[in-house]
Design a protein around this ligand. Structure first.
Ligand SMILES: [Zn+2]
Ligand SMILES: [Zn+2]
Length: 391
């Protein structure tokens, strides 16, 4: 149905019609035509109509955004016309709104339950955590490796917050560690990626290399592709779990958090696997911090993405100039402070967010104490980056 809508609007667009024909008109037309007994796909009469309408609405939203982008009412980079979805796309997604009439049964406390979908039936389900309230919509995703994932949209009551230990923090997300965190009292720490996650990433990279050696169109390639998809999903899940826990700990611990805005548009163009993984990781981690901060009633201050957090000395404000990614620590030529690259950047984010001068519990104004670099352990050489396959 998504495709019917996109194709019909495409024909109208080529013929010079933009907004002259309403979306509602197109939606009605494709729904009637597809389901008609002599129509294109009479079997659709068997499919729940709420689901078909959802599909058409998704296509409609794509077109609305496209027109808004054309006329400039939508900010951000230009977006293109919605494209036809391929049958061979590697994941398939179906969304059911509340009025579609789905039902969730959470039967045991081990997370086992059932999901009943209109015209599909009652399906067994494992919940990763208990649902806090009745979901307003459900999305079913079929992965390339043959597994299914179900996600719910749920309203959440604000969490009862503990009294945090810190008034303020600055966060610098990075590549060697997930993030460096500096607090208003001069303490700081780095959030590292756990060993098991690194092991999974190496496994994924191995599977990717194997895939690139497989003959195009061969049976073996198909099998390897499924393996890559499976490893990819495992990495994603392990990473998400780690980020949830770390973001929760940070938010529980801190009143006000300074974050950098990430240049997401620039990242999407990056196709190196190692880089792509760390990029998606960084924006995911920042998103989770924001979400949890909002849930918990904490303050988040965002610093402009062009703020040179890694170039300034957090001690005296001197600019140390641009530094390559290989430089993990440097000393300031103005004041002589020896600075850890990531911790220094985190302190700068906190200062730029206006959080460094916050009154502490004793009533005094605080300046972060000197940030001294810790001796760095030499990391083993990174895997050669491989191209990110179509997973
Ligand atoms: Zn503190
Ligand atoms: Zn300095």
């Amino acid at each position: 149905m998504f495709n019917d809508f996109v194709a019909e609007r495409g024909r109208l667009y080529q013929a010079g019609f933009h907004r002259e024909v309403s979306f509602a008109e197109t939606s009605r037309r494709v729904l009637i035509e597809a389901k008609a007994p002599g129509g294109a796909r009479p079997y659709l009469a068997e499919v729940s109509s709420a689901m078909l309408q959802q599909s058409v609405r998704d296509a409609e939203a794509g077109y609305r955004n496209f027109f808004a982008s054309l006329s400039g009412t939508r900010k951000g980079p230009r977006i293109g016309r919605p494209r036809l979805k391929s049958k061979h796309q590697h994941t398939h997604r179906m969304r059911f709104a509340r009025n579609a009439g789905f039902k969730v049964e959470d039967q045991s406390h081990q997370g086992h339950g059932f999901l009943t979908l209109p015209k599909i039936g009652r399906l067994p389900l494992v919940l990763s955590r208990p649902l806090p309230s009745a979901p307003s919509s459900v999305t079913v995703t079929a992965h390339a490796d043959g597994t299914y994932e179900v996600s719910f949209v749920v309203e959440v009551e604000p969490r009862k917050a503990l009294e945090p230990a810190h008034a303020a923090a600055g966060v610098d997300v990075g590549i060697t560690s997930l993030a460096a965190v500096a607090y208003e009292d001069g303490t700081s720490h780095k959030i590292v990626n756990p060993r098991h996650l690194k092991a999974r990433e190496r496994k994924l990279a191995r599977a990717q290399r194997k895939l690139s050696r497989c003959q195009k169109g061969s049976k073996n390639r198909q099998k390897t592709r499924t393996q890559v998809a499976k490893q990819h999903r495992k990495v994603r899940q392990a990473r998400l779990d780690h980020h949830h826990k770390q973001a929760r700990a940070l938010v529980d611990n801190t009143h006000a958090i300074g974050l950098e805005e990430l240049n997401v548009a620039g990242m999407i163009r990056n196709h190196r696997l190692a880089k792509a993984l760390s990029d998606t990781g960084m924006s995911q981690f920042l998103r989770l911090i924001r979400e949890k901060a909002e849930e918990t009633g904490r303050t988040v201050v965002t610093v402009d993405q062009w703020f040179p957090s890694s170039q300034l000395c957090s001690e005296c404000g001197c600019s140390g100039g641009k530094k390559g990614l290989g430089i993990r620590q440097w000393s300031c030529s103005c004041c002589g402070a020896v600075l850890d690259r990531d911790i220094n950047a985190a302190v700068n984010v906190m200062i730029a967010a206006g959080l460094a001068e916050i009154e502490n519990a004793c009533g005094g104004s605080v300046r972060p104490a000197p940030v001294l670099a810790e001796p760095m352990k030499q990391e083993p050489a990174e895997q050669t980056p491989t191209l990110l396959g179509a997973v």
